[in-house]
Design a protein around this ligand. Sequence first.
Ligand SMILES: Cc1cc2nc3c(=O)[nH]c(=O)nc-3n(C[C@H](O)[C@H](O)[C@H](O)COP(=O)(O)OP(=O)(O)OC[C@H]3O[C@@H](n4cnc5c(N)ncnc54)[C@H](O)[C@@H]3O)c2cc1C
Ligand code: FES
Length: 261
Amino acid sequence: MAQYQENATIIRFEQFTEDNIRLTLQSDNIAAVAKPGQFVMIRTALGKDPLLRRPFSIHQSSTNGRIQILFKVTGRGTSLLAHCKEGENLSVFGPLGHGFDIRPDRPACLVGGGMGIAPMFFLAKMICRMKKNTASDLIVFGGRTRKEVEPLVADFEQMGMRLLTATDDGTYGAKGFVTELIHGLELPRETVVYGCGPHAMMHQLHIFCHSRGMECQVSVESVMACGMGACLGCNIPAKNGEYVHVCYEGPVFKAEDLVWK
Ligand SMILES: Cc1cc2nc3c(=O)[nH]c(=O)nc-3n(C[C@H](O)[C@H](O)[C@H](O)COP(=O)(O)OP(=O)(O)OC[C@H]3O[C@@H](n4cnc5c(N)ncnc54)[C@H](O)[C@@H]3O)c2cc1C
Ligand code: FES
């Protein structure tokens, strides 16, 4: 799989909440080869603080050479990104990792919680491209409050899939966690569930899918340094007793192959 380091121009800066931001980047080479579930490593500072690039899921990739990332400000690197301006350039490396294994012959249920919504848009877009009919497919996504969820609804509605939303405070969609919404659904056993979100959410998703015999693929996070298998920094335990590199064996894994606690 080809990987590129590009000087990507910020085409659009969208601020959804004080700390939820979406950037559209002109990144022709990465956009041309990116797959849903893959990520990019972005240099957030010109100097040495922070020294390491930060990983972000590819939220969307389009045929006009653009990619988007959707991120939350959590520390120094993301805070610097939040102060970028349209027209500035960012050093972007990718696409990296192993994305979702899309099963176009099966019903799909996409579940995104918080910033876990990020990879779901690209995935939904690709599923729509691969399938003639998405009537049996479902997107479920949620966040803490209305401001995090509402700005993304119109984009997801374009996919023609059934859409359900939830917020922790009940200000948009159902009140509660996305996993609570899922519990009330009758999903065919052959459904493939694709999830991304906080660890506890994906754990619940795994329990739900396992109890119903449904395939579940999850995109997991770990702190990364190199992003390409060289530093061992991103290792997490796997069910077989070994460790896996999130950066190049993941970030997408079958939920049943991981250790959940
Ligand atoms: C494959 C992958 C895809 C990701 N996609 C997205 C995305 O689409 N949108 C988004 O907002 N974030 C995403 N993240 C998380 C993002 O990389 C971190 O929020 C970012 O690196 C924090 O950098 P910082 O310098 O702002 O914070 P730091 O100062 O480095 O850290 C701030 C706090 O966040 C914690 N932290 C840092 N990195 C991670 C991590 N990877 N997982 C959990 N906690 C972490 C630190 O322990 C610390 O408590 C992704 C992470 C991975 C591994
Ligand atoms: S981040 Fe270095 S091995 Fe995965």
